[in-house]
Ligand binder design. Structure first.
Ligand code: HEC
Length: 237
């Protein structure tokens, strides 16, 4: 902006300011009335329509898939794609905080008088890119597999055992491939088949060594399916 433009801008600003109304009480009055209307509508809706209640919480479930509300899917996905535990606080606290601080400081570092989007390419492109990134992360988060899912490919005859392992809560303590608890209580099972024979695996799952619970309750057939599946894991995809 050159000196002449600036003068013109300031003159126009003065004229508009004279025509305008003061923030107090005019703008405050408008905002307060709108706030009261919104609050009243919410109260009436909650009295008349009530809120839908989900099923009762079951503390013993091992197949429950925890999911955030849809508007947190982008954060949820960010957390999912960032694997190293040390970087998790960066993703969940660091990045959103930096973005919010940048947004808060916007009037201080963007001093340009332009309002039209195509005359402020940097701001427009940044804004569009943030929206695209959030939309993409939200979509990926919404369609992500359950945390109790094993993404490692398996021969068809082991699918049953794989499903049993996935839904029995093993991944809370063990890692299999990319999934499960890396650095959890139990050893990584990705190559368990190359470390111990099938019978030993079955024995472990049946009795539950150390702090691992016994999975005898799965029944003989299921235990065999689980052992067959785990014995097929040799660490090579
Ligand atoms: C509460 C955590 C926990 C759960 C749940 C759990 N495990 Fe374990 N598992 C362990 C721990 C800890 C060990 C090592 C125990 C030891 O050797 O003292 C282990 C050991 C094993 C071993 C032997 C590994 C080896 O290298 O010798 C196998 C196989 C195994 N678990 C399979 C399973 C399967 C299959 C499931 C699900 C049906 C399961 N585990 C569920 C904690 C768990």
């Amino acid at each position: 902006m050159n000196a002449r433009e600036k003068e013109e801008y300031l003159r126009e600003y003065e004229i508009l300011k004279k025509k305008g109304k003061s923030f107090f009480p005019y703008a405050i009055m408008k905002d307060s009335v709108m706030m009261l209307i919104v609050a009243a509508v919410l109260i009436v809706m909650s009295i008349v329509m009530g809120a839908e209640q989900g099923p009762k919480a079951d503390p013993t479930t091992t197949t429950y898939t925890p999911r955030p509300e849809w508007y947190f899917f982008y954060l949820f996905e960010l957390l999912r794609v960032i694997k190293p535990p040390a970087l998790v606080p960066v993703a969940t606290i660091g990045i959103p905080t930096i973005c919010m601080v940048l947004l808060l400081l916007l009037p201080f570092y963007d001093r340009g008088p332009e309002r039209v989007p195509w005359k402020r390419p940097i701001a427009s492109i940044t804004g569009i890119m943030v929206i695209i990134a959030m939309a993409l992360l939200t979509y990926k988060g919404a369609t992500a597999g359950a945390p109790s899912e094993i993404e490692l490919a398996t021969a068809p005859q082991y699918e049953k055992g794989k499903a049993l392992v996935a839904e029995s809560g093993c991944l809370a303590c063990h890692a299999i491939g990319e999934n499960g608890a890396h650095g959890g209580l139990g050893p990584d099972l990705t190559d368990i088949g190359s470390r111990i024979p099938k019978e030993a695996i079955k024995q472990s799952v049946t009795i539950g060594p150390g702090i691992m619970p016994s999975f005898q309750g799965l029944g003989e057939k299921n235990l065999n399916a689980v052992a067959d599946y785990l014995a097929s894991l040799n660490g090579e995809d």
